[in-house]
Design a protein around this ligand. Structure first.
Ligand SMILES: CC(=O)SCCNC(=O)CCNC(=O)[C@H](O)C(C)(C)COP(=O)(O)OP(=O)(O)OC[C@H]1O[C@@H](n2cnc3c(N)ncnc32)[C@H](O)[C@@H]1OP(=O)(O)O
Length: 411
């Protein structure tokens, strides 16, 4: 018997109750002590789940679903639990079953969590036995809620005893916070790892908890140098926006500056937040270089700037140009019409380079194409449109650059 439109609509409405946003349903937590287990204020949610639960980032088949993914904060032992008020009976829907959440998470993350909260709780007693892997590179303190908390950054590589096994658990955080991520090939000995820990004293004993980490790949640069590339950086949500990203990036730069074989440092596919962080960290050091003095900045970008930033700070040429633009904005009086016009023209000249190239390509095409082919190629490229595009790009850059200038003023 055919199903009517009204029945389909009722079916859909009733099925919608079994659809949950995976980002909302998953509660992640770093557990330092048994009391953290019941403290909901310590929970945080993923930003991305599409690589596990599809583009819609939905989980099907449960009502009032809550998934607990608890990591012990140092050893990174894992508990995976689930509660719901109702699970869909598959016979109601052509035998389509509810999603097998544990299977999806375990397979994708490549982990072996316990589903016993008692076991997870009892193993917390071993947390004080955890000591960070590798060499201590840098320590610093952060003042928050009236207290100073200590943090430490350790460096390791694939030969650091025990680290590869630990990294298997550490990397599982990436799925939730970096878009389109994949695991790195750990068999390759050109990887370096920098891990940030919080160092606290619990019941009179020091304990280390993971804050975040970064992977760097030592690419070869012809003929005798290396060009390290920052691959993935993650600061876990409870620690974001407290300056740890800047501390970690600065520590990575300082570590490489001492190495004469390093040409400069690059970044793989940076997110918007990372671009902003890198701009701040790079501007903070470049503003003390002679070639980036206020007088030099007002004269325009020079080869000296690119050279000094690369040789002394391992900042690559493209980034040195960006740093120049930010630092020049910092010393530009925006209320002075002439000064600001000069600044705007300088940036637009750089933004216009691809258009200039296009223009010379167009000249060549004029000779090679028939009039109707040329008209089709040139469609949508009027001078006014180009000016509008340049102005839009300039305004967007200004927004990003001003954020960096403001952070520099605060620091
Ligand atoms: C190459 C790649 O890996 S790209 C992918 C980068 N990783 C991700 O996107 C994953 C998710 N995000 C993260 O891991 C982090 O947010 C990172 C790595 C991008 C940044 O790390 P954070 O520790 O948050 O950086 P940090 O705290 O130094 O600065 C971030 C912001 O916090 C602000 N901030 C820093 N300290 C404080 C403070 N004490 N109070 C208030 N705000 C602060 C900064 O001004 C900055 O603000 P802005 O973005 O408006 O300029």
């Amino acid at each position: 018997m055919a199903v009517g439109i009204a029945e389909i609509s009722i079916m859909r409405t009733s099925l919608e109750q079994y659809v949950t946003s995976a980002n909302d349903a998953i509660h992640i937590k770093l557990v330092k002590t048994p009391s953290d287990i019941d403290d909901d204020s310590k929970n945080f949610h993923p930003e991305f789940t599409h690589q596990l639960f599809g583009q819609s980032e939905n989980i099907f088949g449960y009502k009032n679903l809550k998934i607990q993914l608890y990591y012990s904060a140092g050893l990174l032992n894992l508990y995976l639990g689930k509660t719901c008020s109702e699970k869909l009976d598959p016979t109601r829907l052509d035998n389509i079953p509810a999603d097998d959440i544990a299977k999806v998470i375990i397979e994708k993350l490549g982990v072996h969590p316990t589903d016993s909260l008692d076991k997870f709780r009892s193993e917390l007693s071993k947390e004080d036995s955890f000591t960070p892997f590798g060499d201590l590179l840098h320590s610093y303190s952060v003042h928050k809620n009236g207290e100073d908390t200590q943090f430490e950054i350790y460096k390791c590589d694939t030969t650091t005893p025990g680290f590869i096994k630990y990294h298997e658990r550490l990397q599982t955080f990436l799925w939730w916070f970096i878009d389109a991520v994949s695991y790195i090939n750990i068999d390759d000995d050109r990887w370096i790892f920098y891990v940030v820990y919080e160092r606290s004293v619990i019941n009179g004993k020091p304990q280390h908890s993971v804050v975040g980490y970064c992977t760097v790949y030592k690419y070869y640069a012809y003929p005798t140098k290396i060009r390290p590339r920052i691959s993935q950086m993650l600061i876990l949500p409870p620690y974001q926006r407290q300056g740890h990203g800047a501390q970690l990036l600065e520590a990575i730069y300082i570590d490489h500056r001492q190495n004469p074989t390093v040409l400069d440092i690059t970044v793989e596919d940076p997110s918007e937040e990372f671009i902003c962080l890198r701009d701040y960290v790079d501007c903070k050091v470049c503003m003390h270089l002679a070639s980036f003095s206020t007088e030099c900045l007002q004269e325009g970008f020079t080869e000296d700037m690119a050279q000094e930033a690369q040789v002394k700070l391992k900042i690559n040429q493209k980034q040195a140009r960006r740093v120049y633009e930010i630092l020049r904005l910092r010393v530009t009086d925006e209320s002075n019409a002439n000064q600001f016009k000069e600044y705007r023209l300088d940036i637009k000249k750089r933004l216009n380079i691809p258009y200039q190239r296009e223009k010379s390509d167009m000249e060549k095409m004029k000779k090679a194409l028939k009039p109707e082919e040329l008209a089709a190629t040139m469609a949508g490229q009027s001078l006014q449109e180009r000016h509008n595009n340049l102005e839009k790009m300039f305004q967007e850059l200004l927004v990003d650059y001003r954020k960096v200038v403001e952070r520099l003023a605060r620091s």
